[in-house]
Design a protein around this ligand. Sequence first.
Ligand code: ZN
Ligand code: ZN
Length: 143
Amino acid sequence: MKIDGACHCGKVSFTALIDPGKVMVCHCNDCQVLSGSPMRAVVPVMLEDIDLRGEPKRYIKTAQSGNKRAQVFCGDCGTPLFATAAENATSVILRLGCVRQRAQLSPKLHIWHDEALPWNQDTQGVPTSPNQSGFLAPVPAPR
Ligand SMILES: [Zn+2]
Ligand SMILES: [Zn+2]
């Protein structure tokens, strides 16, 4: 599926090819803080399947495991855009909130559900994972 989107101020925009079957919601503590919301909807995209315009900023987050992830956002309006490996990235995890077609992209899996807020446990029958096992990894989109 072809999608497009932009940050709130419009200085950074993108088009991408995604698999709607890979849409996930992440409840991890980092996503809660970094998104400023109780959970974050995302979809993974292969790097070759996203075309980015504009110059976003990066914040490097170090996970408990020591793994470094770049959090990419608009430096002007602060909209979170995607996360990616700090080095040698092959894919990005796009933030659904900045995708124009987001209303059509319902989640297929809730990850890190063990960290979901007590009042945000209900996933309406969508499968959950207590951590990131079952993560729906990206595959190259058909062309
Ligand atoms: Zn912006
Ligand atoms: Zn998360």
